[in-house]
Design a protein around this ligand. Structure first.
Ligand code: ADP
Ligand code: ASP
Ligand code: MG
Length: 436
């Protein structure tokens, strides 16, 4: 069985939903994971934020706007009036639910239910369209199998067992449609896998069923060597290893959710990136195979905060770094980069929700400096930190860029640099020009 995930643009209009049939209707048994239609999750985030700010009437107006958009999609998608009618009845239920939330009693629980509506609607519309076209398919509710554990990680045992049960109930069916992004929390409440999480859903499902391959269908012809939103003249890479793709996704390549590679890597399932607009293009194959030696790609992660702790006590001391790390651990704040000198430690975080408390505690150890508005630029390739001349090439490309931190040799695949976000674009352009 294969798992195919289609992103927001790939289901972004009635026309795209119709075009999807060519890609999913064939003899291969498959689970199709759909995102919300493009723009929908942003609208739902906005609606939730208006309710949180107690702006009930503005939220109602935003809901009405979105409802009109969906009414137009449904009107265009179905040829037969009975299907159009069924779709509007079902959409009505989603929008009545959105309208039922009161700004007076609004919590994160309600917000998560709101955010789940996009994927619930796109899969319902697509599945009904398949039915209208005479294609046999089953709508698998992600809320019945996709669950997180106590540590907010996918509960693989539960997911595997529930999926096995669901699939066994329809052993004659070859085509299953399900929601990306949407899941349940450990407590059983509606939750999600964070923005861009449909990629992650697909790879979790692929690992759970031992899929032959997982395909991520998106709006570009594969994983590019640099961020096409920032740099002109990027090109698609035909092959990446799991480790390379994982570093790039973690360090900001928006094409893949940061956690998406791990489940398929562990299960040794090839991960393809394909372009819905150009289905015959090769795309990118991500697998365990590695090609040695050279620089493959550059990615960047914004909104990074650097924290420096400077202390004479560090000199010749042991246990100092552990104590510093423990402060971050106490506040469940992951550290991305770290560099040390004899008397100082610098590290970076992207979750600043507990920064004030962290800084207060760190002051026990020495003088603390905080710089926000930083960007990590990550250069990736198999064994690049062991290849001769790579460092020289990177640093000569960045000769005119002030670099705040460097992490080299931490992994064999990645060299990371911290710069002020104002230098992100020139740095990425310079790397693009000089490295490829
Ligand atoms: P989807 O809605 O299909 O999940 P996304 O918008 O999440 O699509 O991801 C695809 C987009 O990621 C591309 O359109 C491109 O702008 C952006 N992107 C960022 N970095 C890269 C990269 N290295 N290679 C390809 N696309 C990238
Ligand atoms: N719809 C969700 C989002 O926009 C998940 C996804 O598209 O992957 O973030
Ligand atoms: Mg995405």
């Amino acid at each position: 069985m294969k798992v195919l995930k289609f992103g927001g643009t790939s289901v972004g209009s009635a026309e795209r939903m119709k075009a999807l049939l060519k890609l999913i209707v064939n003899d291969d048994p498959k689970i199709v994971v759909l995102s919300a239609m493009s723009g929908t999750t942003n609208s739902l985030v906005e609606i939730a934020s208006l309710l949180r700010q107690k702006k009930q009437s503005e939220a109602t107006a935003a809901i009405k706007n979105l409802e009109e958009k969906y009414a137009n999609v449904a009107a265009e998608l179905y040829a037969k009036p009975e299907y159009a009618k069924e779709a509007s009845g079902l959409l009505r239920a989603n929008f009545d639910l959105l309208r039922s939330f009161s700004a007076e009693r609004f919590s994160v629980k309600e917000e998560r239910v709101i955010l789940s509506q996009g994927e619930l609607m796109s899969t319902m519309l697509q599945n009904l369209y398949l039915k209208e076209q005479g294609v046999q398919s089953v709508l698998l509710p992600a809320l019945s199998f996709m669950r997180k554990d106590l540590h907010d990680e996918p509960d693989m045992y539960f997911i595997r067992e529930m999926l096995k049960r669901e699939l066994a109930q329809h052993s004659d069916c070859k085509l299953f449609i399900t929601q990306g992004y949407v899941c349940r929390s450990f407590a059983g409440e509606v939750d999600n896998l964070k923005r861009g999480g449909s990629d992650y859903s697909a790879s979790i499902i692929g690992a759970a069923i031992g899929a032959e391959e997982v395909q991520i269908w998106t709006d570009i012809d594969g994983f590019h060597n640099n961020d096409p939103r920032v740099v002109k003249k990027t090109h698609s890479i035909s092959h990446l290893s799991f480790d390379e793709a994982s570093e790039l996704a973690y360090f900001g390549a928006k094409i893949l959710h940061p956690a998406c590679v791990a489940p398929v890597q562990e299960a040794k399932i090839p991960l393809w990136i394909k372009n819905t607009m150009e289905p015959t293009a090769f795309g990118t194959l991500i697998s365990a195979e590695t090609e040695s030696g050279d620089i493959k790609a550059v990615a960047a992660k914004d909104n990074i905060t650097a924290v420096k702790i400077k202390s004479g006590r560090m000199l010749l001391a042991y246990g100092f770094i552990r104590q510093i790390f423990e402060v971050f651990e106490d506040y469940k704040t992951p550290i991305d980069m770290i560099t040390t000198s004899e008397v100082a430690v610098s590290l970076t975080i992207d979750d600043t929700s507990n920064l004030d408390k962290i800084v207060d505690k760190l002051k026990r150890f020495g003088a603390v400096e905080v710089d926000s508005g930083m960007t990590i630029i990550c250069v990736v390739g198999n064994k690049i930190s062991e290849s001769n001349g790579v460092a020289a090439r990177i640093f000569s490309a960045l000769a005119n860029i002030p670099i705040r931190m460097i992490s080299f040799g931490g992994s064999r695949y990645n060299v990371s640099l911290l710069v002020d976000s104002a230098y992100k674009k020139p740095a990425m352009e310079a790397l693009n020009e000089k490295l490829f």
